[in-house]
Design a protein around this ligand. Sequence first.
Ligand code: UT7
Length: 320
Amino acid sequence: MTTKIIGTGRCLPENIVTNDDLSKIMDTSDEWIASRTGIRKRHIAKEETTATMSAEAAKKALQQAGLSPEEIDLIIVGTITSDYVTPSTACEVQRMIGAKNAVAFDVNAACSGFMFALNTAHVYLQSGIYKNALIIGAETLSKIMDWSDRSTSVLFGDGAGAAVVTKGETGLLSFTQGSDGAKGMVLACKNRSNNNPLINTSKELEYTYMDGQEVYKFAVSKVPESIKKVLAEANLEPDDIAYFILHQANIRIIQSVAKRLKVSEEKFPISLDHCGNISAGSVPILLDEVNEKGMLKKGDKIVMAGFGAGLTWSACVMEW
Ligand code: UT7
């Protein structure tokens, strides 16, 4: 027995911001953003929050799975932009959807957050502790961006994706996950400033910092390496895979992974053109788009992979 996905859902904010919109508020252009990243627009939250988008995505995933909120035992949300330090987004989702029998908690693994949530749920399900889990990747990254920094603020967007998982004869065939805290400062966001009057503190809030080229180098080596690892564990070749659902950071990273795996780029669905990089939200949002289009047939094998701040990374092979 393993863990299978039986429902997916997503929620994106209504407000859409194009590259041309950004060029009106900072020194950038559609040409620069599109040619360097593949991104053309992104959804930026106005009314929506990390928890409300998560709950909407969760309701859709539950409906597709044919399960009621009361049947969910476990809710894990991958996020770095919870609305509150506490309660967790997962507890907020539990309240909003009425999943009163679930235990709920968040995982902080940035762009690998949904993958870490999936792997964690898998271990709980396989041990027999829980039966049905709701896993979510959700972010409101717009609130942790320095909007005066064109090198980061143009890259990210907001949104949430969810999946319902349960035990099944087939599903997750192999997974890997890893972290390298020693390189953590190449992509970082400092927490809120300390206003303790007993010590000298800075009142300045800090926003997301990224050494783009270091993260790029990490991604183009670690992602193919971890995909090769999960393929070998599942005794599969890249050609056996129907689709590679990768974290959506940069089209050039995805093209490089396709090249290193010697697989056609057509097998790499894309959402970054209309969503930007949604960190933990990228993989489940893209999975739901692919699922909604009817691109996944029973028995298809897909690879999912996340990578980003921490540094963290994760990949898996899933039989649909
Ligand atoms: O989800 C987490 C994972 N994150 C990633 O995977 C991100 C990985 N890194 C990347 O995708 C790329 O490194 C970036 C897209 C972030 C940057 O692309 P790049 O080709 O590495 O550009 P760069 O940082 O070397 O900047 C090139 C030039 C600089 O100008 P000068 O110094 O050559 O005059 C920047 O100031 O582009 C300039 N620039 C911009 N120009 C217009 C930086 N941002 C912008 C902008 N618009 N938004």
